[in-house]
Design a protein around this ligand. Structure first.
Ligand SMILES: C[S@@+](CC[C@H](N)C(=O)[O-])C[C@H]1O[C@@H](n2cnc3c(N)ncnc32)[C@H](O)[C@@H]1O
Length: 253
């Protein structure tokens, strides 16, 4: 065989291996999503055909993991989703099942209107609020959701489940990284957190940075493949400011 022919053959073999890997991976993905849909049908108890998800929206397996986590937590489960879309009625249905409330944060008025229309259609407006929060530059220049519209509707320590699926990657590098630092005070102890799209390098870097920052307060649950699922414990009192640190006004200097 001539050298050019050998080189072409090697390239063809590499391409064939890559195609085989992608087809196998797609089959696993379908199998995982089928298992998640079966769990949702058996457990969510919705009699409506909720909008198909995946692609721009979270996968069925993300909603299934959130539902499972919510039921294991017990009681009314309150959830917060960054970035709204077809997944929002699914999370609203989980909140409805537990007696809780879902809040979806959206920067784009077009998608605020679309998500509201979906919620109205599925009669889920009593269980879900869509909060419009424009993207504004922070101190480092990176854009993130305006905090005031979020914190005025969600109280400290009330969020049992946080789904981080926005802002979109187009906003800038590691666009979702500010989420934990800015929203930590809203989270209940041992909150369940989803970081979607960890197939992307940016989100993998974000997760690695959080694991470093939060140490053993953050426990990754190796359940999902295209999203990261973890629990985040509140800071122990000793890690925050101590009441004893304040000067005693009754003491003489
Ligand atoms: C990843 S999407 C959020 C999806 C949402 N969490 C869900 O599961 O449906 C991030 C942003 O993209 C926009 N978006 C939502 N659905 C979209 C769609 N089908 N096509 C294009 N952009 C979309 C919205 O502005 C949203 O905040």
């Amino acid at each position: 065989m001539t050298e050019p022919a050998r080189s072409r053959l090697e390239k063809l073999e590499t391409a064939a291996q890559s195609i085989t890997w992608h087809v196998t991976s797609a089959r696993w993905q379908v199998a995982r999503e089928v298992a998640a849909v079966e769990y949702l049908m058996a457990t969510l108890g919705s009699d409506r055909f909720l909008p198909p998800i995946g692609g721009w929206s979270v996968d069925y397996s993300v909603v299934a993991a959130v539902l499972d986590g919510a039921l294991a937590r017990g009681g009314p489960v309150h959830s917060l989703e960054l970035g709204s879309g077809a997944g929002t009625p699914w999370f609203a249905s989980v909140a409805k099942l537990t007696g809780g409330q879902h809040v979806a944060v959206e920067h784009n008025p077009v998608f605020v209107a679309r998500t509201m229309a979906l919620l109205e259609h599925y009669e889920l407006l009593d269980f879900c609020t869509v909060v419009e929060a424009e993207l504004t530059p922070g101190a480092d220049g990176a854009e993130w959701y305006a905090l005031a519209p979020i914190t005025s509707r969600v109280s400290d320590g009330s969020v049992d489940v946080l789904v981080i699926d926005g802002p979109p990657a187009s906003v800038g590098p590691q666009a979702r990284r500010p989420a934990l630092a800015l929203l930590e005070r809203l989270l209940a102890d041992d909150a369940l957190v989803v970081l979607d799209d960890v197939v992307r390098a940016e989100e993998q870097q974000t997760l690695a940075a959080w694991e470093q920052e939060y140490g053993d307060r953050l426990r990754v649950l190796p359940i999902l493949d295209r999203a990261a699922l973890f629990r985040l414990r509140s800071a122990a009192p000793s890690e925050g400011p101590q009441s004893g640190d304040e000067p005693d006004p009754t003491e003489e200097a």
